[in-house]
Write a protein of this length. Sequence first.
Length: 369
Amino acid sequence: MRILDKYLYKELFATFFAVLSVLLLITFGTEATKLLAVAVEGTIPSTVIMQVLLYKIPPALEVILPLVALLSVMLAVGRLYQDQEMVVLQSCGISTRFFQKRVFWFLVPLALLTAWVSLVVTPWSYQQERKLIMEAQTTSPLAALVPGKFNPLPNGEGIFYTRSIDSHGDLESVWVQLNSDERDILLIAPKGKFEWINGKLALVLLNGQSYEGLKKGDELTVREFDRFEGFLPEIQVTSKAQELFEIPTLVLWHSDKPDHEALLQWRFVTPFSILVLGLLGLKMSKSGPREGRFAKVFFALVLYVVYNQLLVTLRESISNEGLSPLIGLWPIPAVFLIYALYQGSLRPAWFQFPSLSFRFPFKKTIERK
């Protein structure tokens, strides 16, 4: 590897990790704020916030890695223009094709990494996040219960008692009294646990007895049951159904549903976007001697937003059967790639100003006396 190659790759990787760190901090700050707000509402326990944040890393990388590729290439090569190093290199015969090849090989490992994240890790992370929240919601009621003590239910709706709670969440010697305007119910069972039933967290009692009509003047009714399922107040949390983004890529490949085909193309376009936007960043890195290094950053962000929104629009069109999957999302990156590789100017010939020349209609003569 030549010295120029080492120098160029060093600048590219250093800028890439710097931009990636900044964008990850911004993304995690936003996600952490949202999760803390949800934890304050009591939807998820605060003890699992850090684990949920870790599971959000792959989806975040899937979104920000194309932007990181665009900004890192633009800033790294743009510094060469600002320090007049590019002028020296071009005067030595280094063409633009040379930089395109080096940037391309710099982007290939990043595209492969993004493909692995998009096709494999992101669906897995969505699935693990949902399971983690469901398990946390299951153990959350147990965390509020004190074994060996009569625990009052909210709003005076009853009393809950269990002698012990083991590490698996199984209850022993359960005693529950439920109060209502119509009647009172007393439930006694040697074993119990919490389970998800029809998307809700239910208290399950095994081999117990129920007593109804404990109020004065009511007829007492005693029943035995093998299994009792009920919902206690304030713990009727709803489980999250499997989302579309959790579906594995192999399942999407064999599916013919429009929304599945749209998501499959999205997962394949994402790593290809690394190459497209990286080469586009090389084209945008060229700057004049009086332009700042960050002069085109805002324009790059706008360009990325336009690119991403066009992909989202086409994905929604495919999901709604408004666009054929045969066309898919590929026209957008194809157009951007053609523009990134185009070496000429996009201005038409008539836009060029003609050269102006002015001649005096007379000749000045010097008379000698």
